[in-house]
Design a binder for this molecule. Structure first.
Ligand code: GLC
Ligand code: CA
Length: 590
């Protein structure tokens, strides 16, 4: 297939803005973000050039994993609002010409969901088989053991929990309070579709971001994972339990419903480094998902045995470029589609991870990454706060006690248990990794106004004279320097640059959104130089990005390498800076 036949569809060209309800905007001063807060910022979001908003889970939940543990799909977590507030948000989003996607979390529920409570109650419960129960194994010495050696995704413990009441284990790939649903049971699947999908599709939502989409189907024998961490009995098992044998059957079944409503989907696809495997989910012909989030880029610099078993900036630029190439390769000569993202609620801030976040460099770093993303093919995602160049919370002003995410706290506890709570060296190493990679960085309340209380997180309530509580998570210590209000009217701000970039991307969509990507210097450890080409015309875009804090010289590649005629001329069309003295990055069109 040639690029000529790459089908153009609205959602391919869309910009999708992700919102984390707890931390976006607090309307009533209780220190917790809420749905009316989101509604109050829709004009701001629309002004960025956004087409779709995606809201992280706002469902009823005990919040063990910030709403990814759902106790009722058909209600809203009360501090965020009500179903009626959701209806208003849906309506107001549509009124501004935007669409709205929700997070579909159906690999597991909360242990407080009525289905699990019933399942847990007795072995004869009609819902026993709605979850994954197994008898214990026993060691030769008679010690009770879980059914296999899988490690849960949080901390270092087993993915199985022993239940005293009925004397069996249940599976939870994530927290103990997030039991995995048994997708093998058709009755369960039907109930999920009705409660989690149709309830909201009927209320007008336009699509779903599908959480952990490749974990529904487990390998039937639940085999042990290979041992990569000999210090513990429990092993990372993602490569075993992801992409199980019935995945595509389940997705086809879901699609019957999605198609009825014209809903779009983007699936979260961890543990799938193989492009051919990814394609099975996003090939247009296969009718499974519209898009997926691959992990190649965001996994960069993470530890092998455990995400946090690493040191900051433990990767080379060539690794980063190879990962970008993998996601771009997904559409080369195929009918698949890709996504462009560096951030979400599970990732630390991209400026801190991939560039230099020291005060003198962070604005340049944010613009560099904005330009890079605007020039990559696939549907573009922007995470709240990314548009103002938010960086990780600093080490000195944000102690470990401020980190609240279960992923961070369970890792830190594991290190304490393994090495001793007084092992300063190991704890310092753990804190370094958390300061670099924790999900908390993305979950710090948005600083709307550096001059208002708590960075303006509850500004509307404060203005209305309501007493404002401290946010649920300590505010960003740099809220005075990096906030929305100070960037709104500043043409040199990161915010202004993102707006410009999102327009620029649309203006050259045939190359930037739909074009084919070619890395010209894959081995270079300072520069990222790539070309975008389209069969629609002979134009090429050359993008040159300097990932070092130093000045770099570079020369224009010869026409043959660019795939253009000898006589072609290169015209600069975009830069991150106006002065000519420093060439940090440029995009040029032939
Ligand atoms: C996904 C979510 C993450 C959550 C996990 C369990 O990875 O993005 O936030 O913890 O699933 O639902
Ligand atoms: Ca609130």
């Amino acid at each position: 297939m040639t690029v000529n036949t790459r089908e153009r569809l609205w959602w391919k060209q869309a910009v999708i803005y992700q919102i984390y309800p707890a931390s976006f905007c607090d309307s009533n001063g209780d220190g917790i973000g809420d749905l009316p807060g989101i509604t109050s910022k829709l004009d701001y979001i629309a002004s960025l050039g956004v087409d779709v908003i995606w809201i992280c889970p706002m469902y009823d939940s005990p919040q063990v994993d910030m709403g990814y543990d759902i106790s009722n799909y058909e209600d809203v977590y009360r501090p965020y609002g009500t179903v009626q507030d959701m209806e208003t948000l849906i309506q107001e989003t549509h009124a501004r010409g935007m669409r709205i996607m929700l997070d579909l979390v159906i690999n597991h529920t909360s242990d407080q969901h009525a289905w699990f409570k019933e399942s847990r109650f007795s072995k004869d419960s009609p819902k026993r088989d709605w979850y994954i129960w197994r008898p214990a194994k026993y060691s030769p010495s008679g010690e009770r053991l879980p059914p296999n050696n899988w490690r849960s995704n949080f901390g270092g413990g087993s993915a199985w929990e022993w239940d005293e009441l009925t004397q069996e284990y249940y599976l939870h790939l994530f927290a103990t309070e997030q039991p995995d649903v048994n997708w093998e049971n058709p009755e369960t699947r039907k109930a999920i579709y009705a409660s989690a999908m149709e309830f909201w599709l009927e209320r007008g939502v336009d699509g779903f971001r599908v959480d952990t989409v490749n974990m529904y189907s487990k390998p039937p024998t639940l085999p042990d994972a290979p041992i990569v961490d000999p210090e513990t009995p429990y092993q990372p098992a993602g490569m075993i339990y992801c992409n199980g044998p019935r995945m595509h059957e389940f997705l086809s079944e879901m699609n019957v419903i999605l198609e009825k409503y014209g809903a779009i989907t983007v699936g979260e696809l961890p543990c799938t480094p193989d492009t051919q495997r990814v394609l099975k989910y996003v090939s247009a012909k296969a009718k499974q998902l519209n898009m997926v989030f691959q992990f190649d880029i965001v996994d960069i610099g993470m530890g092998k045995t455990h995400k946090f078993a690493t040191t900051p900036r433990n990767f080379r630029l060539s690794d980063f470029k190879a990962a970008v190439d993998l996601t771009q390769a997904l559409i080369r000569g195929t009918d698949g589609w890709s996504t462009v993202f560096l951030e979400n609620h599970d990732q630390a801030r991209s400026v801190s991870r991939f560039t230099d976040d020291r005060p003198e460099y962070r604005v340049r770093g944010a613009k560099l990454l904005a330009l890079m993303q605007a020039c990559l093919s696939g549907t573009q995602y922007v995470y709240q706060g990314q548009e103002i160049g938010l960086v990780n919370v600093p080490k000195e002003s944000y102690p470990i006690e401020n980190y609240l995410d279960i992923d961070s706290t369970q890792f830190y506890t594991m290190v304490q248990e393994r090495y001793g709570a007084d092992n300063k060296a190991e704890l310092a190493k753990a804190f370094d990794a958390i300061q670099y990679l924790a999900r908390d960085h993305a979950r710090v309340p948005i600083p709307w106004n550096g001059k208002a209380k708590y960075g303006g997180f509850s500004e509307a309530a404060e203005k209305a004279g309501t007493e404002v509580k401290e946010p649920w998570m300590k505010p960003h210590p740099l809220a005075g320097e990096i906030n929305v209000a100070s960037q709104l009217d500043d043409p040199s701000s990161v915010l202004a640059y993102w707006r410009k970039m999102l327009r620029f991307r649309q203006d050259h969509a045939h190359l930037l959104v739909y074009g084919d990507f070619k890395d010209l210097l894959p081995e270079d450890e300072s520069l990222f130089m790539f070309v975008k080409e389209s069969e629609h015309d002979r134009d090429r875009v050359l993008v040159v990005l300097n990932f070092t804090p130093m000045e770099k010289t570079w020369s224009v590649p010869n026409p043959a390498k660019l795939g253009v005629a000898e006589s072609s001329e290169l015209i600069p069309i975009m830069s991150t800076h106006s002065g000519k003295s420093r060439i940090e990055m440029v995009a040029m069109k032939t």
